[in-house]
Design a binder for this molecule. Structure first.
Ligand code: SAH
Length: 214
């Protein structure tokens, strides 16, 4: 729809570029992926607003700026295999799929996993693989991953995700002592045994629920 693509261009300029998102691949992917396809039908007119939106199961599709910030922080490149925990609407995985070679994404709500899978099919995004399960355990079968992102906030960094990260790769995750406020953390695996951790700022995500979550 031409009207949606104009709104998307405006979103990229006003919400992303204006706030300092620079990675051309991230900007290109976000100008391409139809966020309107990932929000509930009755909220489609709000698809390009500067905010998260409800997607059912008490979950949300993240604010576009947050998706851009996290995707940029992952430092993904074209031949990477990446893992996302918290598929939700599927939007962030769709953005990643336009940059990386393969995207693996895990969602604990069966209904969300199903509807995301259907959207990827409709859009022809056939390099996204969805699993219904507890993402705090990662997805060992396809590890190691060149980058991992968690789009829900947990009390600590799940150990399996550290193990499934490739050397040189980045894990981006909101971590915090309360269920409703977190620090966005980037952990780079610098060698088999070493990890370097930095804080990227305060964020607010829905809780990461699971065996290594809340
Ligand atoms: N990336 C999503 C954001 C969804 S909100 C998007 O672009 O729309 C976070 C999602 O994480 C929710 O759907 C929630 O159900 C899911 N989640 C929470 N804990 C999880 C876990 N342990 N494993 C997998 N998914 C989880």
């Amino acid at each position: 729809m031409p009207e949606m693509s104009a709104k998307r261009k405006e979103m990229v300029d006003r919400q992303l570029v204006a706030r300092g998102i620079r990675d051309p691949e991230v900007l290109r992917a976000m100008a391409e992926v139809p966020r309107d396809a990932f929000v509930p039908r009755h909220l489609r007119h709000m698809a390009y607003t500067d905010s998260p939106l409800p997607i059912g199961e008490e979950q949300t599709i993240s604010q576009p700026y947050i998706v851009a910030l996290m995707t940029e922080a992952m430092e993904v490149s074209g031949d990477d295999r990446v893992l996302e925990i918290g598929t939700g609407s599927g939007y962030a995985a769709a953005v990643l799929s336009r940059i990386a070679a393969e995207v693996y994404t895990v969602e604990r709500h069966g209904s969300l996993a199903r509807s995301a899978r259907q959207k990827f099919e409709e859009l022809g995004y056939d390099n996204v693989h969805v699993r219904h399960g507890d993402g705090t355990m990662g997805w060992a079968e396809y590890a190691p991953y060149d980058a991992i992102v968690v789009t829900a906030g947990g009390p600590q960094v799940p150990e399996p995700l550290l193990e499934q990260l490739a050397t040189g790769g980045c894990l981006v995750i909101p971590v915090g002592p309360s269920q409703y406020s977190q620090e966005l953390v980037r952990i780079r695996r610098t060698s088999e045994a070493d990890y370097h951790r930095e804080n990227l700022g305060a964020v607010r995500f829905v809780p990461l629920v699971g065996s290594e979550g809340w």
